[in-house]
Design a protein around this ligand. Structure first.
Ligand code: MOS
Length: 752
């Protein structure tokens, strides 16, 4: 394992070699035994159970909530509505720095008035002695409404769309040169509209909260969240508590994909109900409840226009479009981000607009923006390649930028073409027939497609504490989230190397807001963000250890920069035999342990460099000529995501993303009734996620080239897998059938 230098270089860089090894998940045994408990499996004494009643209209006011039958139902302890809910302040929105970071998906106050903002809004909480009693009683609650006209039709309202103030902190519009002129003058052009529908996350664990108000004034909440610290801050702000009076725990989260990144009504309503019944309350959303009360990915309509010379050189690149949002959130879905960084073009115009609808707040869903943005952009690139009669990989090679095309900054690490080269070789791309409908197997048309995967490098602030005990073992502590990605495993590998220990000497404690605060597990940023904090804490720890050694120690007059951590302790780099184990240092000093807590330094690397992850998605499909059935027969993902912390867990992340991309391309779609604003397929029976038979073996390779500007050279790997996937599939379907489908999902009817 090489040593990272530069700003991340310290004397004691990783030497024991755990990083980069395909270690199995440290919690794998717990998982397969069913012993890794999710939120709903934690309980408190005298716990009660809650069920929600949801609005069936999209806009209006509540005239009356009839509770008589429900109140009389067996086991019912309380019914909470806007008439008796405790006062709750408007929750600080996700991404706002007040109170150290808010988490709310919407700034609407929860259950504080009779107004209705979306079809599915929770209007009542029924608390009972058992889950079944709560659900039965909730079914007896009836609501009389005063409906008002609702803004629910995207097609009717998209003409009123406006540019948001920003898109995830970036300008909504970026213009370089005159792209319309570039397009007019280009010999070859593509100018198309692509549409993507609404999607919902369907994590294996539906959202759940268990809340208990302690006699000590502390509110303890188990919550299925990927934002422990921000959820804590938000709950505290809503109930006017100090953050220390709220403790949020989530030892294991059963998948999230962004759906648990923000705080939704049920979490606050659970705590409110617990306040009313003066007992702990458990609120587990049904699968339908997740669709009603938790938002998903917004729909989009995107225009991509490309102009090129006959040799494939881009003259103009335009990517614009509209998404639907709500008036009380700020999540435009950054579909235009890939177009800002992927291709060299003398004129570029990207622009995003949003239109407000009356619907559940839209939110982040795995690679929000980049997933659907790459569908449009990478489909258009394929269309241009076809128009030019050029191999689509060659077209990309000819437009590979030397520096960031919209920011002008150098790339920190960009090996996209290498990912393509290696992917093409392994996939056998050279054998592909360029002409559509050229290969078949009986009634099955066979096609191959390719597309670029793209996701930004993000790093968030956060702290970590590292403790070494006299027995030579170490513990790393930080709020962090294990949603199935291998968080603890990867962090143990990193800490072991940095401390010169073996992984089995290192424990990782996380999932509790009482630990040093890290940020959300979002933006594929958790691993590298925590690595930066741990690196800072270990640096402090090593400095403290050097202050602790006695005059007779071989490290006595060693400078911090002269030591390295290995073989369970610290050794002089210039005299490798001279050093001491941690155990020896601590024992001699009479200390049981030594610890250090540190904040990660701010992500200054992002101001100097354009930092992103890349990949090349290769897909082979078989499309039945008579039925339009699509079977994905082969897949290869070739990724460039910096140093790979753990190739086994990383491959699972890439594969999971690709599986989700296949669902996005072929079967998934949230059906939103544009008359009522109601989601009409809120179940796994009617919202079709891919199942095992839909997915071929997925081959994963990666460049594994460290990014010298990133802590440990690592990039995130959680989201990039879904990007480019739908385009690769659509491009393969075009290659198989000659049909270009620009509306997702690509269902059978569109191919007949
Ligand atoms: Mo991800 S959509 O940032 O959890």
């Amino acid at each position: 394992m090489s040593t990272m230098r530069g700003k991340w270089g310290t004397s004691a860089e990783t030497t024991s070699g755990a990083v980069g090894k395909p270690l199995s998940r440290v919690d794998g045994t717990l998982k397969v035994r069913g012993e890794a408990a999710f939120t709903a499996e934690y309980s408190f004494e005298r716990v009660t159970f809650a069920a929600l009643v949801y609005s069936t209209i999209a806009k209006g006011t509540i005239a009356h909530i009839e509770q008589g039958a429900a109140s009389a139902a067996p086991g019912v302890l309380a019914i909470v509505t806007h008439e008796n809910a405790p006062p709750m302040k408007a929750p600080p929105a996700f991404g706002t720095p007040d109170a150290g970071g808010g988490a709310a998906a919407s700034t609407l106050p929860v259950m504080q008035g009779d107004e209705i903002f979306w079809n599915g809004q929770p209007l009542a909480v029924v608390v009972a002695a058992t889950q079944e009693q709560a659900e039965y009683a909730a079914s007896l609650v009836t609501v009389a409404y005063r409906p008002e006209p609702a803004a629910v039709s995207f097609d009717a309202l998209k003409g009123t769309a406006t540019a948001p103030s920003d898109v995830l902190g970036e300008p909504a519009e970026v213009t370089i040169g005159d792209a319309e002129a570039g397009l007019r003058e280009a010999a070859f052009t593509v100018d198309r509209v692509y549409r993507t529908p609404r999607y919902n996350h369907n994590a294996i664990e539906p959202h759940a909260t268990t809340a208990s108000w302690g006699d000590d004034g502390v509110l303890t909440v188990y919550d299925s969240t990927q934002s422990l610290s921000w959820v804590r801050n938000t709950i505290a702000a809503v109930f006017a508590l100090a953050p220390e009076q709220v403790r949020v725990l989530a030892p294991f989260v059963g998948g999230a994909f962004g759906g648990k990144g923000m705080l939704w009504n049920h979490t606050l309503l659970c705590a409110a109900a617990a306040k009313i019944v003066r007992r702990p309350v458990k609120l587990v959303l049904s699968r339908e409840g997740v669709f009603r009360a938790v938002g998903g990915r917004t729909l989009s309509e995107q225009r991509v226009a490309l102009g090129a010379t006959a040799d494939g050189t881009l003259r103009a690149l335009m990517h614009s479009g509209t998404t639907a949002v709500v008036a009380h959130n700020h999540f435009p879905e950054q579909f235009s981000f890939p177009a800002r960084h992927l291709y060299a073009a003398p004129s570029i115009a990207v622009a995003q607009q949003t239109v407000n609808l009356d619907m559940v707040a839209n939110t982040a869903m795995r690679a929000p923006g980049e997933s659907i943005g790459t569908f449009a952009l990478e489909s258009a690139i394929d269309e241009l390649a076809h128009a030019l009669g050029m191999d689509p990989i060659e077209l990309r090679r000819r437009n590979e930028p030397a520096k960031d095309p919209t920011k002008g900054t150098p790339f920190s690490s960009r090996h996209l073409l290498e990912a393509y080269r290696r992917g093409a070789e392994r996939f056998g791309w050279a054998d592909r027939a360029a002409a559509p409908r050229a290969r078949r197997d009986g009634k099955w048309l066979i096609g191959q497609g390719v597309a670029t995967a793209y996701y930004p490098y993000i790093r968030q602030p956060g702290a970590a504490r590292v403790r070494i005990s006299a027995d030579g073992t170490a513990v790393v502590q930080t709020t962090a989230h294990e949603m199935g990605m291998g968080t603890a495993t990867g962090q143990i590998q990193h800490a072991a190397d940095r401390l010169g220990l073996s992984p089995d000497q290192v424990a990782f404690e996380y999932g509790d807001s009482n630990l040093p605060l890290s940020a959300t597990a979002g933006g594929s940023a958790q691993s590298v963000s925590i690595i930066a904090a741990v690196a800072a804490a270990v640096e402090q720890l090593h400095e403290s250890l050097l202050e602790l050694v006695g005059a007779d120690s071989p490290l006595a007059d060693a400078d911090y920069r002269q030591i390295e951590a290995r073989a369970d302790g610290l050794f002089r780099a210039d005299a490798p035999g001279q050093g001491e184990t941690y155990a020896a240092i601590l024992r001699r000093a009479g200390r049981e342990y030594i610890e250090a807590e540190a904040d990660a330094p701010p992500p200054s690397e992002l101001t100097e460099y354009s930092m992103h992850s890349y990949g090349a998605q290769f897909c082979e499909v078989r499309v039945h000529e008579e039925t339009g059935e699509v079977r994905v027969s082969r897949w290869l993902g070739s990724f460039d995501c910096g140093r790979i912390l753990n190739p086994q867990t990383a491959a699972s992340q890439f594969r999971g993303g690709i599986v989700m991309g296949i669902g996005m391309a072929l079967t998934e779609e949230t059906l939103f009734d544009e008359r009522s604003g109601r989601i009409v397929n809120p179940s796994l029976a009617e919202y079709h996620v891919p199942v095992h038979l839909d997915i071929p073996p997925i081959d994963i390779i990666h460049t594994d080239i460290p990014d010298e500007q990133a802590p440990l050279g690592v990039h995130g790997v959680g989201e990039i897998g879904i990007t480019g996937a739908a385009a690769a599939l659509a491009n393969a379907i075009f290659n198989a059938t000659g049909k270009r489908i620009r509306d997702l999902p690509i269902t059978l009817d569109k191919l007949l």
